[in-house]
Design a protein around this ligand. Structure first.
Ligand code: NAI
Length: 330
């Protein structure tokens, strides 16, 4: 039996984790879930929000499924999510964005992939209070991290029959930092003559995405732009409830949805488990269980085609009703 780390998170995390575990189990795949807790709930007992045991578990099992963990805004502890990605050197944040059956959106031809650098940029968390009225945040961009993320994006494009890799920066203003990222993209692109190249500024990208998203294929971006643009892309395909993601490194991978812990709907049986389920489907493919991944994906698509969906998609199914409908369709 395969052992996989499960971080159930907080907010809506436990509800959607339970739904996904139930669906995988009902599909007939036996997984030994190594359940790990993190975030504010463990601080009191263990002193830190991301105890070593969580990192050790992911290192041991090589694969994790992770629900969202809340990060206090403006104060408090550093993001468990960012720390996990950094500690495990999960340098790729991969966020495929594709229309789902029967999920009505403004566009019906979105099929793009966001490849977000996951370890540096303004996310390095290097900030200082200069004086009472001034704060500074340092943006770190290195050749090593930029080249490896651009290489991943091109390799991904080749492996998945994609035609174009478009680099997104603000190199007209941040000439050194974003300029370096762009330079790395150009260097790496030389090795992939079969893949079309494109360069775009992040503000123009946002405008183009909301007008004509089908023109984009694979996007590669520094961390912060990648974060913002992935939520925008989630909006193109039906919102955060359906946007999947994965954090991938050389040694391990953590699969998690784009969305956060949604405290506004916590404990109300309203959360959409689709984003975590799609992340889990990618995880199953990653560990070589494609047959089960396809089985679960078909059941999910059938459920959506039948018009069963949660409130965020305009439906009236509760989390448990939606989950049971998927199980019925397996
Ligand atoms: P959020 O993604 O939690 O929620 C934004 C909006 O989308 C809310 O109205 C929420 O109800 C809705 N939503 C999100 N996921 C949904 C789902 N599965 N089904 C139905 N509706 C859903 O973003 P927010 O409010 O900015 O962040 C809340 C907390 O989550 C913060 O502490 C933030 O730091 C954390 N966060 C954690 C992430 C992670 O663990 N990887 C990623 C993003 C945010």
């Amino acid at each position: 039996m395969t052992t996989i780390t499960l971080i159930r998170g907080d907010g809506i995390g436990p509800e959607i984790s339970d739904a996904v575990v139930k669906i995988i189990d009902a599909a007939g795949l036996k997984i030994d879930w190594d359940v790990q807790t993190a975030g504010s709930d463990v601080i009191e007992a263990e002193g830190v929000p991301l105890p070593n045991r969580v990192l050790e578990s992911v290192k041991r099992n090589k694969v994790a499924l992770k629900a969202p963990v809340t990060t206090p805004i403006g104060k408090g502890f550093r993001s468990v999510n960012v720390q996990l990605r950094k500690e495990l050197d999960l340098y790729v944040n991969l966020r495929p964005c594709k229309n789902l059956p029967n999920v009505k959106t403004k566009f019906d031809n979105v099929d793009l992939v966001v490849v977000r650098e996951n370890t540096e940029d303004l996310y390095a968390g290097i900030e200082r209070q200069v004086d009472d009225d001034t704060a500074e945040s340092i943006k770190i961009i290195t050749r090593k991290a930029s080249e490896r993320i651009c290489k991943f994006a091109f390799d991904y494009a080749v492996r998945n029959n994609r035609k174009e890799v478009c680099v997104v920066t603000k190199a007209n203003i941040m000439k050194l930092s974003d300029g370096l990222f762009l330079d790395c993209y150009r260097n790496i692109a030389k090795n992939y003559p079969q893949i079309k190249q494109r360069e775009i500024l992040v503000d123009n990208l946002c405008m183009q995405l909301v007008q004509n998203p089908s023109q984009f294929d694979v996007l590669v971006l520094p961390n912060l732009y990648g974060d913002i643009v992935s939520d925008l892309c989630a909006g193109l395909i039906g919102g955060l409830g359906v946007a999947q993601g994965a954090n991938i490194g050389l040694d391990c991978a953590v699969f998690e949805p784009v969305h956060g812990s949604a405290p506004d709907i916590k404990g109300q049986n309203k959360a959409n488990p689709t984003a975590l389920l799609l992340s889990a489907i990618e995880m199953l493919k990653y560990i070589g269980e494609k047959q089960y991944a396809d089985k679960i994906e078909n059941a999910l698509f059938k459920t959506l085609k039948n018009g069963v969906c949660t409130a965020d998609l305009g439906g009236n199914a509760k989390t448990d009703e939606f989950t049971n409908a998927i199980i019925k369709n397996l």
